[in-house]
Design a protein around this ligand. Sequence first.
Ligand code: 5GP
Ligand code: ZN
Length: 135
Amino acid sequence: MPDCIFCKIATGEIPSYKIYEDDDFFAFLDIQPVNPGHALVIPKKHYENLLDIPQNILCEMMGVVQKLSKTITEVLNAPGFNIGINNKKIAGQSFFHLHVHIMPRFEGDGYKLWPGKVKSKEELQKIADKIKNSL
Ligand code: 5GP
Ligand code: ZN
């Protein structure tokens, strides 16, 4: 992808705070971290989002995410962390090269998860059936 910033970061054409690299994956610090140690893990090959990457490569990438999450949280003394992938614009994806956010969490950092909405049993069952029957 000629104009993809993350492709260029993966090749080193654009500099980054690299923390990890192997034949297929690259990880670097987010330039605007939500917390210290916020890192992005990307496949070197360009895939737009989670639906585009072959399953075997995704599984390998999650191995890298797991390894880095362990080290990042240990080094920064973070008691927890969130993993995130924003898929498509409506979900907040702003760079269209698949990337996994590793976001260390600290006491009092002020971040909250999305609030859930109460739904009726009927509505939940209807949605569950719809999904189940489409798999
Ligand atoms: P998204 O919203 O697509 O899930 O996340 C994109 C992330 O990439 C953002 O958190 C943003 O701060 C980060 N980002 C954008 N441009 C650059 C860059 O040039 N270098 C680095 N290291 N991070 C970037
Ligand atoms: Zn790319």
